[in-house]
Design a protein around this ligand. Structure first.
Ligand code: PLI
Length: 459
């Protein structure tokens, strides 16, 4: 078939200049940062692939929206615009704004989880699981086994294994399961989608057991695009239609709008149940702000409402996922071990395969991310044993099967040439991978240790 290239459905109006550093400067910077890319100064970074969170490029429409901010303490018109947009695009009837995703997770967990409850989910996310644990719950992983295998090319690695849900309910009883938490485009599995068919099966399971279905909708539009491309019988639908359908299958949602919706800050908790909304309003005023701003400025709510509309456009999503796949193919063609299929928001390097001489207890993904920074000033993120943390009960390190470095692509920010440089840099590190040293903690925070933990090289 004749090849048809995609291109970005936008042109560039403003640029931010980047600083180039020398090898010596980068070696000093990573040491100063305790071999943790979170502790690097942004100005010492050339291509920043740490995260796709809050780092997208807003459109001229969104910036125009910023100027339309109604900064009233109560009842800002931007709140009503945002709320109505959420109902129109995501189906949920009630919206409680929060400063970002974890603010919504905190409120939801406090309301729904009782001490000793179990919360099944399609793989953990760091902040989500922590809020569940702080509220007294235990996270239970019910994702399909293929999700833990970096080489499996299952098209829907975000799917739930319904037999795992059955085993849990048989063991603990439905009254101990406040809700099932389903993420779309599962971050820690490598940005992997759940199919509509599987989500419908989870919905049926929840109805049968009278359990709520909560949606971590942080990357729902990317998930919808994969459904359109891969799931039998879904090709005729638009991303916008699939997004709505996904949301309508669930009862409530937590959202970090810093990803899909391309704002620098913001999030929300949304739901259809009026009582849950009332209780969320009671808590939002304690932790975030009044129920009509919840930690967001009016201008940010306006930019978010506009960002939601832009995020579900088919041509936007084609370019977004196309760019990630472009990087993935370059790496795969060069024989770099990466998680397959390519993710929605990132390409994940398989650190266990790249650094087989470093045992997982010496944090190979952390070491690989540091080595990549030293090589070229590219900043990536560890998503392995450091991120997984310790078991709240036993205090032992979780040892996840996936020991990954995430090359996360911000939306509408970098060009194809940046992807070329990134691929070349990873390929260069591969050549001297056997010389990369393992790491040990010099400071280990008690919670979410990946953010501020410090390391030194093992002699
Ligand atoms: O960073 P927040 O608090 O706005 O959102 C938390 C959060 C919840 N769920 C999922 C799936 C996330 O990916 C997420 C945040 N992710 C970050 C910061 C990331 O770098 O992936």
């Amino acid at each position: 078939m004749e090849k048809r290239s995609w291109a970005e459905p936008y042109k560039i109006k403003m640029v931010e200049l980047l600083k180039m550093t020398t090898l010596e400067e980068r070696k000093a910077a990573i040491k100063e940062a305790g071999f943790n890319t979170f502790l690097l100064k942004s100005e010492d970074v050339y291509i920043d692939l740490l995260t796709d969170s809050g780092v997208g490029a807003m459109s001229d429409q969104q910036w125009a929206g910023i100027m339309m901010g109604d900064e009233a303490y109560a009842g800002s018109r931007n709140f009503y615009h945002m709320r109505d947009t959420i109902t129109e695009y995501y189906s949920y009837q009630f919206t409680v704004p929060t400063h970002q995703g974890r603010g919504a997770e905190n409120i939801l967990s406090q309301i729904l989880i009782k001490d000793g409850d179990y919360v099944p989910g399609n793989m953990y996310f760091t902040t989500t699981r922590l809020h569940q644990e702080i509220a007294g719950g235990h996270f239970v992983d019910v994702i399909i086994n293929e999700a833990h295998d970096p080489d499996s090319d299952h098209p829907f690695k975000g799917n739930v294994d319904i037999a795992k849900l059955d085993r849990l309910v048989n063991k603990v009883g439905a009254e101990k399961i406040p809700y099932v938490c389903i993420a779309t485009c599962v971050n820690m599995a490598g940005g992997q989608p759940i199919s509509l068919e599987n989500l419908q099966a989870v919905r049926q399971w929840c109805d049968k057991h009278n359990v709520m279905l909560v949606h971590d909708m942080t990357r729902v539009a990317e998930n919808a695009y994969f459904i359109q491309q891969r799931e039998t019988g879904q090709q005729h639908k638009s991303v916008k239609e699939i997004v709505y359908e996904i949301c309508a299958l669930t009862d409530a949602a937590t959202m970090s709008s810093k990803k899909d919706a391309m704002v620098n800050i913001g999030g929300f908790l949304a739901m259809n149940d009026a009582t849950l909304y009332e209780r969320a309003c009671e808590l939002v005023v304690v932790y975030e702000g009044l129920h009509t701003y919840g930690g967001m400025a009016g201008r940010d709510m306006e930019a978010l409402a506009i960002g939601i509309r832009e995020s579900v456009q088919d041509n936007h999503m084609q370019a977004r996922i196309g760019q990630v796949a472009y990087l993935g193919k370059k790496l795969e063609d060069a024989g770099v071990p990466i998680v397959k299929p390519y993710g929605g928001h990132a390409i994940f390097l398989n650190a266990k395969a790249i650094l087989p001489h470093i045992p997982q207890s010496q944090f190979p993904a952390q070491a690989l991310a540091a080595a990549l920074y030293v090589e070229s000033g590219i900043r990536a993120m560890e998503r392995g044993v450091v991120s997984a943390g310790r078991d709240a009960q036993t205090g032992e390190n979780f040892m996840p099967k996936l020991e990954l470095v995430r090359l996360t692509i911000p939306r509408r920010v970098y060009t194809q040439a940046h992807m070329d440089v990134t691929a070349e840099s990873v390929i260069r590190v591969m050549k001297y991978a056997s010389q990369v040293k393992g790491l040990k903690f010099t400071y280990e925070p008690k919670m979410l240790r990946f953010f501020m933990g410090r390391f030194e090289e093992v002699a």
